[in-house]
Design a protein around this ligand. Structure first.
Ligand code: MN
Ligand code: MN
Length: 268
């Protein structure tokens, strides 16, 4: 059986506007395991099956070590067990140290990034580790061969310069048609910022940006992937902004669909 690893990364040190995403992993797990819902993915994977989901718990930040070193080490440790890994944030800043660990283990890699924001500021409010900057660091350190961003709807001139400089492929919300997909020839890492969805579907985020993707569009996009999905993160869930755990449930649903496709693409 192909197993999927799960790891919580409860860190929101670098959120610019409000805190809260550090509280997310426990609440997403609660929805995932709620008796109200099935643990089957739409594509036929049963996450209640013995050994299917291996939960490594949450990373602990003790305050002494640099959190970036801790995340890189713990993600590496979870990946070395040998299964595709889904990380639950935390804010989007964590994707930078996660990718350091991922890249060390995958020479060829495309990041598929869902977000309202391109998160490619050179620095934001003076912080190069800001949750508005992870993809600047990732591209500077060449932690992926390609970066494909989907759902972006907040670009400014600085972003456009950075996107040009790093050769990022952007499927902006403005002007997108029915054809969202791009051909991908390498293993894939999915970085899913929940504010890529429209706030009607996912209100529990720090930066609500109307005009986004539906839950269905994100799931359909993920279901089209035909290369191995070796890792993923689901980030920016902010329980303090949520309405009756609606967004935690969306995160749990997307976790199952990403995990289901990890299983399906690993079989090929
Ligand atoms: Mn965002
Ligand atoms: Mn983001």
């Amino acid at each position: 059986m192909i197993s999927i690893s799960l790891l919580g990364v409860p860190n929101d040190d670098n959120s610019s506007f409000m805190k809260g995403p550090a509280e997310a992993p426990a609440l997403i797990r609660q929805e995932l395991h709620s008796d109200a819902y099935s643990l089957w993915s739409e594509t036929g994977t049963d996450f209640s099956a013995q050994g299917r989901l291996i939960d490594h718990g949450d990373i602990r930040f003790d305050g002494a070590a640099d959190p970036w070193d801790v995340i890189e080490r713990e993600v590496g440790r979870a990946m070395d067990v040998g299964h595709p890994l889904i990380c639950l944030g935390g804010d989007h800043a964590i994707t930078h140290p996660i990718m350091r660990a991922v890249r060390r283990r995958h020479a060829a890699l495309t990041i598929l990034h869902f977000d309202a924001h391109c998160d490619i500021y050179h620095a934001y409010q003076g912080n190069p580790r800001s949750h508005a900057s992870p993809f600047a660091r990732i591209m500077e350190e060449r932690l992926a061969d390609r970066l494909i961003q989907v759902g972006i709807r907040t670009n400014n001139d600085h972003h456009r310069e950075q996107i040009e400089r790093f050769g990022v492929e952007v499927i902006e919300a403005v002007g997108w048609g029915s054809q969202l997909q791009r051909p991908i020839t390498t293993p894939v890492y999915i970085s899913l910022d929940l504010d890529g969805l429209d706030p009607a579907y996912a209100p529990g985020v720090s930066h609500r940006e109307p005009g986004g993707l539906s839950t269905r569009q994100v799931i359909d996009f993920i279901h089209t992937l035909d290369r191995p999905i070796i890792g993923a993160d689901i980030v920016e869930y902010n329980p303090r902004c949520d309405i009756s755990n609606q967004t935690a449930l969306v995160a749990a649903k997307l976790l199952k669909e990403i995990g289901g496709m990890m299983v399906k693409t690993a079989r090929k």
